[in-house]
Write a protein that binds this ligand. Structure first.
Ligand code: PLP
Length: 296
């Protein structure tokens, strides 16, 4: 498998007549270019777990997720590259046919265990599990270790170049890391991928390392809920690709870009704002769409 290479990440200008009209500029940090399979922010959240596992001679990574989880997929790939076994604890009974995400995780060597939704809620591990040589990673990498890894995303840019950073929010780990690293430089705005998850502000707040104003999370761009999408979102993603050649995903980054455009139209960003959007990857999730939905 190809190596993970942060040097593939670059900043692309995101040009649009609307941004010109509003007197603002936007760039997109292309974490999706990190690797064809391990996309985006997931590797940043995993990086210190993998280092820790290697330092402590752990043999495997154990983590949790659903059938379409980018985190499961990325853990399988990153573990394989690091020479660690990977074990995925998957929410729900084993289906007759695995999702593309899980099939690929298995191809990369991940062992899957399906547990009932109830057991999953309690993060109950199957009884036969011996964790002595395993590195446990919380669902979505949500932890201080995950946030510290995500904070290193800021090392890829010059923070003085921006007044605003906008990112998608799932567990809030990445947003917390970005806030920790961009502290005092400008405003981090999170766009929630979930419907009405108003515990996210607290979730992000708990991973902040210094006193901070409350996290700013916008809840108006979920398009029906997590992994739900509507025709206008697909149309927007196709138009964005047509205009910029940047592919986005239906769960996170499509909604993020849609939101930044919509917010710009509503004068959320004062004139002179220099916005950085974090393209956190996740493109593998688009495989859940019927063929032909997207032009990329
Ligand atoms: C997981 C994920 C996110 C959300 O990151 P959190 O740290 O869980 O908030 C955003 N974008 C993509 C592409 C992801 O896969």
């Amino acid at each position: 498998m190809q190596d993970i290479n942060p040097e593939h990440i670059r900043v692309d200008p995101y040009l649009s007549p609307l941004f010109d009209e509003k007197g603002i500029t936007a760039d997109i940090l292309r974490l999706d270019l990190l690797h064809p399979v391990v996309s985006g922010n997931k590797w940043f959240k995993l990086r210190y777990y993998i280092e820790q596992a290697q330092e402590q001679n752990k043999k495997s990574l154990v983590t949790f997720g659903g059938a379409w989880s980018n985190h499961i997929h990325a853990t399988a790939a990153a573990g394989k590259m690091a020479g660690l076994k990977t074990i995925g604890i998957i929410r729900g009974e084993a289906p007759a046919g695995l999702s593309t995400t899980l099939l690929q995780a298995v191809e990369m060597g991940m062992q899957l265990y399906f547990i009932s939704r109830e057991e999953y809620r309690q993060k109950k591990l199957p009884d036969q599990f011996d964790l002595s040589d395993a590195q446990l990673i919380p669902e979505g990498g949500y932890s201080l270790t995950g946030a510290r890894g995500a904070a290193t995303i800021i090392g890829l840019i010059n923070p003085d170049d921006y007044t605003h950073i906008c990112c998608a929010v799932g567990s809030g780990t990445m947003m917390a890391g970005l806030m920790n690293a961009f502290h005092g430089k400008g405003l981090v705005t999170g766009i929630s991928a979930l419907k009405n998850n108003h515990s996210l502000e607290t979730a992000v707040g708990e991973l902040l390392e210094q006193p901070h104003p409350a996290p700013v999370i916008i809840h108006d761009y979920h398009f029906g809920g997590f992994a739900k999408h509507k025709r206008p979102l697909l149309e927007f993603m196709n138009a964005l690709y047509h205009q910029t050649r940047i592919p986005t995903d239906i769960v996170y980054t499509g909604k993020l870009c849609f939101a930044v455009n919509d917010l710009a139209g509503k004068n959320y960003f004062p004139p002179g704002s220099k916005i950085l959007l974090i393209h956190s990857g996740g493109l593998q999730g688009n495989r859940s769409l019927p063929n032909g939905s997207l032009i990329f």
